[in-house]
Design a protein around this ligand. Structure first.
Ligand SMILES: NC(=O)C1=CN([C@@H]2O[C@H](COP(=O)(O)OP(=O)(O)OC[C@H]3O[C@@H](n4cnc5c(N)ncnc54)[C@H](O)[C@@H]3O)[C@@H](O)[C@H]2O)C=CC1
Ligand SMILES: CC(=O)C(=O)O
Ligand SMILES: [Mg+2]
Length: 441
């Protein structure tokens, strides 16, 4: 018997009649499916729905077993097939809950009316007190228009919701921040800016997420100018922070002066252009970039970078190569020079797998799973909210990158994404950067 590597949960509905579950399990078993857990989801007078976990040797065997259940007829049918990841998303990943235990009438009168009315009056008289008497100061809107969801492209805001829920879950677990997904049914910059401004009263900060280029640049710039709360496009600056941290660590290990290195960027969209701008502002003298869109090359030149003619040119010229194109396997192993640092950051699949890059001669290689903006955005917002910052500045971002790199263990590029101390250190560094900026005014 082969290894049973394929595990799925089959959600089966049967008429509520004794014997039907037996028919289903027999059909699965006859075609080689090994049944694990059976969980009853719903029992009604007419039908029962169960989750049946099945292990098979192959996808084909699983499909045959599912077809056998469908063929039973008599009202038995397969509602859905779920895997571990889909299963973890059932019902969504986040939930708004009360921080106050409401057990007595006294509690009710404090939390709600009539007690709450006085709190409203207090805020009406002094709006700054909303920071103390509401959750606004600890709540960040996670805003997307769905135009650049990971490297999946313009799949729309609804299909992007699982990513936004993921960011919200990470905000909560890593920084104690309430993240609220906001799905915008428009990508027109005027409409996005107006909508975000109109809802901004309820938030302490705005995280723009997976908004494609070039419209993301105008949207972020205008919102930063027009709002007095921190606004950050994660795919631009969260990514640039973590990339700078990873490259700082690689240079420290290799004894290289980053400012003197030739750095190449493949893909000059939201993430790529921000990485270039961050590296140049940090002091990198030679920043070369390539993109398939001429307008993206012009933007790089406008900020002082050097457009390249091809991917091969970048691979040949640069000591450090970063890729954020969303195109899997774009970098060929034969292009890699011995001793290069390769960060292929596209999700869900990188431009080259790190072990393939190392085999081809790279000194350090990483993908977007480890060098990921999850190491940046929670601590950056925690620090900014703690300090009451009105915006996120370059100095705050460099402070975050330096903190991440300094907290990295020797031989690694960045800390583990779930190292809570790393997120606390980022928050502290950002908060200190705000204080420094305030005191120098
Ligand atoms: N690891 C991380 O933390 C992060 C990774 N990313 C990843 O980076 C990728 C891009 O994201 P964004 O910058 O937000 O998207 P974007 O759509 O703004 O940018 C992609 C850019 O790549 C260019 N491009 C596409 N194919 C190319 C090719 N064959 N050669 C040269 N240029 C090419 C496009 O013209 C575009 O300018 C996605 O896969 C995303 O998952 C983005 C943010 C964070
Ligand atoms: C990590 C992230 O934000 C992205 O891949 O879009
Ligand atoms: Mg993103």
């Amino acid at each position: 018997m082969g290894a049973r590597n394929v595990t799925r949960t089959i959600i089966v509905e049967t008429p509520s009649k004794p014997g039907n579950l037996g028919k289903v399990t027999t059909a699965i078993g006859l075609f080689g499916g090994d049944i694990g857990e059976i969980k009853t989801r719903q029992i009604g007078p007419y039908s029962t729905v169960r989750d049946i976990t099945v292990q098979c040797e192959s996808e084909e065997q699983l499909e045959t077993a599912i077809a056998a259940v469908e063929q039973l007829g008599e009202g038995i049918h397969v509602r859905a097939i779920s895997d571990d990841v889909l299963h973890a998303h059932e019902g969504g990943k986040i939930h708004m809950s009360s921080r106050f235990d409401i057990r007595s009438i006294d509690d009710l009168r404090k939390v709600y009316t009539p007690g709450v009315a006085n709190v409203c009056r207090v805020i009406e008289e002094d709006p700054s007190l909303a920071q103390y008497y509401t959750s606004i100061g600890n709540t960040v809107a996670i805003v997307t228009d769905g135009t650049a969801i990971l490297g999946l492209g313009n799949i729309g805001p609804l299909a992007g919701m699982p990513v936004m829920e993921g960011k919200a879950a990470l905000f909560d677990r890593l920084a104690g921040i309430s993240g609220i997904p906001i799905l915008l049914d428009t990508s027109d910059p005027d409409e996005v800016v107006t909508t975000v401004k109109r809802i901004s009263k309820g938030f302490g900060g705005i995280l723009l997420e997976d908004i494609g280029s070039p419209h993301c640049f105008e949207i972020e710039e205008r919102l930063i100018k027009e709002l007095d709360i921190p606004v950050m496009h994660d795919d631009q600056h969260g990514t640039a922070v973590v990339t700078l941290a990873a490259v700082m660590s690689a240079c420290r290990s290799a004894g290289v002066n980053l400012k003197e290195a030739v750095v190449g960027q493949i893909g000059l969209g939201a993430a790529g252009l921000a990485i270039c701008r961050m590296f140049m502002a940090y002091g990198v003298k030679e920043m070369v970039g390539v993109d398939r869109q001429p307008a993206a090359l012009d933007r790089l030149a406008m900020y002082g970078g050097t457009p390249a003619h091809s991917l091969e040119e970048i691979m040949e010229k640069c000591d450090i190569v970063i890729a954020t194109t969303g195109v899997p396997n774009l970098i060929k192993p034969e292009w890699i020079r011995k001793g290069q640092v390769i960060l292929a950051l596209s999700n869900p699949k990188p431009e080259i797998e790190p072990d393939e890059a190392i085999k081809a001669g790279a000194l350090f290689a990483a993908d977007g799973r480890s060098v990921n903006n999850v190491l940046g955005f929670p601590g950056i917002f925690r620090g900014a909210l703690n300090a009451g910052a009105k915006c996120i500045t370059h100095d705050m971002l460099v402070a975050a990158a330096t903190a991440i790199s300094n907290h990295t263990k020797p031989g690694q590029l960045v800390p583990h994404p779930l190292d809570i101390r790393a997120h606390q250190i980022v928050a502290e560094a950002v908060e200190m950067a705000v204080m420094k900026e305030e005191s120098s005014k």
